[in-house]
Design a protein around this ligand. Structure first.
Ligand SMILES: Cc1cc2nc3c(=O)[nH]c(=O)nc-3n(C[C@H](O)[C@H](O)[C@H](O)COP(=O)(O)OP(=O)(O)OC[C@H]3O[C@@H](n4cnc5c(N)ncnc54)[C@H](O)[C@@H]3O)c2cc1C
Ligand SMILES: NC(=O)c1ccc[n+]([C@@H]2O[C@H](COP(=O)([O-])OP(=O)(O)OC[C@H]3O[C@@H](n4cnc5c(N)ncnc54)[C@H](OP(=O)(O)O)[C@@H]3O)[C@@H](O)[C@H]2O)c1
Length: 533
């Protein structure tokens, strides 16, 4: 066995300094991390803040009853009333712990409250609602006397520097290799198997991790916006052409409040009132939710902001995350994704999801894309390769489970594997059917349970299939299986959890309350893990 020499203990904070032992030890670690280039990483913002304050340094009990991704923001804020600013900031987040902001919901709010993170617009699923609420709370923070901000000093909770390619703040170029449509003809879906080559950038990953993609806006869309501005695409902005900035640097999706503010400054009368109302989150014409940047310019059609002011009023382009559907152990240097393409129509205009359509149609084999690997927190294969696993992943939710299966095959893990997959139609939406059927034949996939929602007269979902085989599912759980869910956060994940509770109650001979407690305990022990979005 490889015996590691323990690192020398670093004493930077003198014992006489007014800190507890835990605080002193954390600060020593933090400064040691700053001073050394290869030492252990300092603690996360949350760990640091917790040690500095003690877990309830601001009188908070640490509970987050609003931590439910299906709860509207108004209800979340109500539950957080009377709490400290950092906790109310946490309630303002979308509660998905999806990692798109580069943190989880709790760490992101602590980082803002400690002033280590100035960006208030990173919560992608929370969108404008979360950004608005954070701005309001941040104003409170700015006004609060320094003693009132019961969070660690900004310097002490700064995010540690990360290796290139391991964070949204430090992406690397990877090579796009290919795309393949996973749906057959007759499907209402457009889902792509996307492949990247990581050998050039040297990135690796473990199954369960996600891949961050910096996409670029559609050129045709950008040119239409430039025409609405009455500008030339070669106008120089931020040292680049206006066209380049609009393609690569700013979001053209929901029109931000700052754009309406800008419009209100450069117009008058009823237009000005309307723009001002929109900037304040009101909806004077009932169309606020549909206003992307282009629709906003069309709504205020006579208004032509200067390109520089216009770009300044837009939000930076955010990366998108995708669950990795390959295993680095099985195919080193290769990475694949399973991407559902977002396209929809509002009025007469076709709207394009930024990253999904970028992957589906705007890159060519050999192109370089800025990417990073987002480490999974609490979504991984069990450490013991003998542990059975139950995977529930309808639609694109199959992605990490394809990766799990390839990984278990590559490592020769003897644990049993049970997959629940479902989608609209068996004839055209059975992703990876050949691979999965071959895994079933070879015995790697011990069981495969399928649910097709649109094959019959009535909807039939993965949780309906789970209920049908509840007795066996309970037996697997009783044998110590881990259970995983991936895919839609808003409806599917909740419904699957409800089915699981019912199965535990029925076949585990428990009351509903006991079954709820059992499932909560599975989560606490890391035996019930979710990757939902
Ligand atoms: C950890 C994680 C893993 C993920 N894994 C996957 C994965 O494996 N596969 C996958 O496909 N996705 C996955 N996603 C989702 C993915 O990150 C993107 O959110 C998704 O691809 C859409 O991004 P986009 O840029 O194409 O669309 P965007 O430009 O972000 O547009 C999406 C937005 O468009 C709007 N919209 C969408 N449809 C409609 C409609 N019909 N009517 C009106 N408005 C609409 C909604 O506001 C929606 O939020 C994952 C997300 C997370 C956080
Ligand atoms: N941020 C985004 O814009 C974005 C982009 C892509 C995906 N997503 C989210 O990710 C999800 C995954 O999309 P996807 O393409 O993988 O597939 P999906 O649309 O979730 O559909 C997969 C299967 O799940 C079924 N389903 C619908 N409601 C369900 C429920 N309550 N419980 C269980 N199954 C249910 C669907 O059936 P029916 O359709 O027949 O009802 C379909 O058979 C989407 O639903 C969406 O919420 C979001």
């Amino acid at each position: 066995m490889n015996q590691m020499t323990p690192p020398p203990k670093v004493e930077i904070i003198p014992p006489s300094a007014p800190f507890s032992e835990a605080q002193r030890s954390w600060l020593n670690g933090f400064f040691a991390g700053l001073l050394s280039t290869d030492g252990p990483a300092p603690l996360s913002a949350e760990q640091g803040a917790t040690v500095l304050q003690g877990p309830t340094g601001d009188g908070d009990d640490g509970e987050a009853p609003w931590h439910d991704q299906t709860m509207p923001i108004a209800d979340r804020m109500k539950l957080a009333e009377g709490r400290s600013l950092r906790r109310r900031m946490m309630a303002a987040m979308a509660q998905q712990d999806c990692g798109q902001c580069g943190y989880n919901c709790n760490d992101y709010s602590d980082a803002i409250a400690s002033k280590a993170e100035p960006r208030l617009n990173l919560c992608v699923p929370g969108g404008k609602e979360t950004a608005r609420m954070l701005r309001a709370l941040n104003e409170e923070l700015e006004k609060a006397p320094p003693a009132g901000a019961a969070v660690a000093p900004a310097a002490a909770v700064s995010a540690p520097a990360v290796e290139p390619g391991r964070s949204r703040d430090n992406p690397l170029p990877a090579t796009f290799v290919s795309r393949r449509l996973l749906n057959g003809s007759g499907s209402e879906k457009e889902t792509w198997h996307i492949e990247f080559d990581l050998s050039g950038c040297g990135l690796d990953y473990v199954v369960g991790d996600s891949f961050g993609i910096f996409a670029r806006n559609d050129v045709g869309h950008v040119d239409q916006i430039i025409a609405l501005l009455g500008a030339s695409h070669t106008t120089e902005v931020r040292g680049k052409t206006l066209r380049e900035v609009l393609i690569s640097d700013v979001s053209l999706a929901p029109a931000p409040d700052t754009l309406f503010e800008l419009i209100s400054f450069i117009t008058g009368g009823a237009q000005r009132e309307k723009a001002r109302a929109l900037a304040q989150g009101e909806d004077p014409d009932g169309d606020a939710a549909t206003l992307d940047v282009m629709a906003a310019l069309q709504k205020f059609s006579g208004v032509r902001p200067h390109p520089e002011a216009f770009v300044e009023a837009l939000e930076p382009l955010q990366p998108r995350l995708y669950s990795i559907s390959s295993s680095h152990n099985a195919t080193p240097g290769k990475l694949s994704l399973t991407v559902d393409c977002v396209r929809y129509v509002v009025g007469k205009r076709r709207r394009l999801g930024l990253a999904s359509t970028f992957l589906a149609e705007r890159i060519n084999p050999g192109d370089q894309v800025k990417v990073y690997v987002q480490k999974a927190h609490g979504f991984a294969l069990p450490q013991d390769p003998k542990t059975p696993i139950i995977m529930i992943g309808p639609g694109t939710g199959i992605a990490p489970f394809r990766a799990f299966l390839f990984d278990r095959r590559a490592s020769g893990a003897p644990g049993k594997n049970w997959l629940f997959f479902g989608h609209q139609r068996s004839s055209c939406d059975f992703f990876y059917a050949d691979e999965l059927n071959a895994m079933k034949t070879s015995g790697l996939l011990t069981r495969m349970s399928l649910a097709w929602s649109r094959d019959g007269d009535k909807k039939f979902y993965v949780q309906d299939r789970m209920r049908e085989v509840g007795r066996e599912l309970w037996t697997w759980l009783a044998e110590g299986a881990n259970i995983y869910v991936c895919g839609d956060a808003k409806r599917m994940a909740k419904d699957v959890e409800r089915a699981l509770v019912d199965i535990v109650a029925q076949f585990g001979a428990r009351s509903t309350d006991e079954a709820v407690g059992f499932v909560a305990e599975l989560k606490k022990k890391g035996r019930f893990q979710q990757d939902v979005y």
